[in-house]
Ligand binder design. Structure first.
Ligand code: DAH
Length: 351
């Protein structure tokens, strides 16, 4: 075969191989095979001078053209293959940042009692109260005696209170923290005490365990008017800006005078609903009872006199409300027991 034919053959072979190359690695091998330092075509070009003089021009020209043609073809095919490979990599590595995380974790929510407790705490924190927590297993001294309950008081009956021992009970209210907090801190004191309390009752409006929030404010010149303003602010924050409050006289052993506090019903006007019916929430009375309260009885201060509570110098008020009751009124929960059955169909409606 003449040198010229060999150049032609190499060029055609190279061109066909480049067209068939499947990826840039294969193309790189072909570049070495046809254009590398030891490849046949460049060797041939370098030895043109050894050819007979009449062949040199034509063979040299053809070999040069073949080399440039193969170089150009490799460049072009290389560009196309690289672009294809990039597309494949982009498709394979694709991350959709709009997809939810994996594993998808369900979003929880607060139990309505927890949410309501926090809502109440927030209102009082905003008014300058601090939050304190007491103990659920309490001495009868704090639960009853220091709160002015005489030994014959009916609440002390074994049928009305869970006794752990002769002088130890599951607290029946959050009020014992009034005395404990005053023992721990001299006046002035402004505290809010949320927590669990226990009584042996079970019916649609009572469970043996429920929740209360106690409030206590003691200072040098604090009055029932401050209580009224504080509870009005509370009622409006929880039940809406139109609410009014009213105080009705009643009796508690540890306050004098004692009041029950009502908030104006948010479900009706004067006891009549928008549909013209007697309001089922307030039973047509236009008022909802929300808590018990009163001026702290001087007899209670006597128990903490040595801690700076001289009833001649200071006075204050206290209140106690049921968290479940506030949540039931606000959200129209018809049965207290729903709070403790933990049926997700109930729980999912809140929070
Ligand atoms: N502890 C009372 C109860 O559980 C509620 C109460 C009434 C709390 C009057 C008070 C208060 O602090 O002053 O029924």
């Amino acid at each position: 075969m003449s040198a010229l034919d060999r150049v032609d053959a190499l060029r055609r072979e190279g061109e066909a191989a480049i067209v068939a190359a499947r990826d840039t690695d294969a193309l790189e091998d072909l570049r070495i095979r046809y254009l590398g330092r030891k490849a046949e075509l460049p060797l041939l070009l370098r030895s043109v001078a050894e050819l007979p003089p009449e062949d040199r021009g034509r063979v040299g020209k053809a070999a040069n053209e073949a080399r440039r043609a193969l170089e150009a073809q490799i460049e072009e095919r290389g560009g196309a293959l690289a672009a294809e490979e990039l597309q494949i990599r982009l498709a394979e590595d694709r991350v959709d940042v709009t997809l939810p995380g994996d594993p998808i974790s369900p979003v929880g929510r607060l139990h309505l009692i927890t949410a309501t407790r926090r809502e109440i705490e927030d209102v009082f924190l905003g008014l300058g109260f601090t939050v304190a927590e007491g103990r659920e297993i309490e001495l009868t001294y704090y639960n009853f005696d220091a709160l002015n309950h005489p030994p014959e008081h009916p609440a002390r009956n074994r049928s009305d209170t869970f006794y752990v021992g002769d002088d130890v009970v599951l607290r029946t209210h959050t009020s014992p923290m009034q005395v404990r907090a005053m023992e721990a801190q001299p006046p002035p004191i402004y505290i809010n005490v949320p927590g669990r309390v226990y009584r042996p009752d079970r019916d649609p409006t009572h469970t043996p365990q429920f929740h209360q929030v106690e409030g206590l404010a003691v200072d040098e010149d604090i009055t029932l008017a401050d209580l009224r303003g504080t509870l009005l602010t509370f009622a409006r924050a929880i039940f809406g800006p139109e609410r009014q409050v009213r105080l009705r006289p009643t009796h508690f052993p540890f306050t004098e005078p004692s009041v029950e506090v009502d908030v104006s019903c948010f479900n009706c006007v004067d006891g009549i609903t928008a549909g013209g019916e007697r309001c089922p929430l307030c039973k047509g009375t236009a008022w909802l009872e929300i808590l018990g309260s009163g001026m702290v009885d001087p007899n209670v201060f006597e128990h903490v006199r040595e801690h700076g509570y001289d009833p001649e110098r200071i006075q204050g008020w206290a209140f106690g409300m049921g968290i479940e009751r506030i949540a039931m009124l606000k959200h129209g929960v018809p049965d207290l027991r729903l709070f403790y059955e933990n049926d997700v169909r109930f729980l999912e409606q809140f929070g």
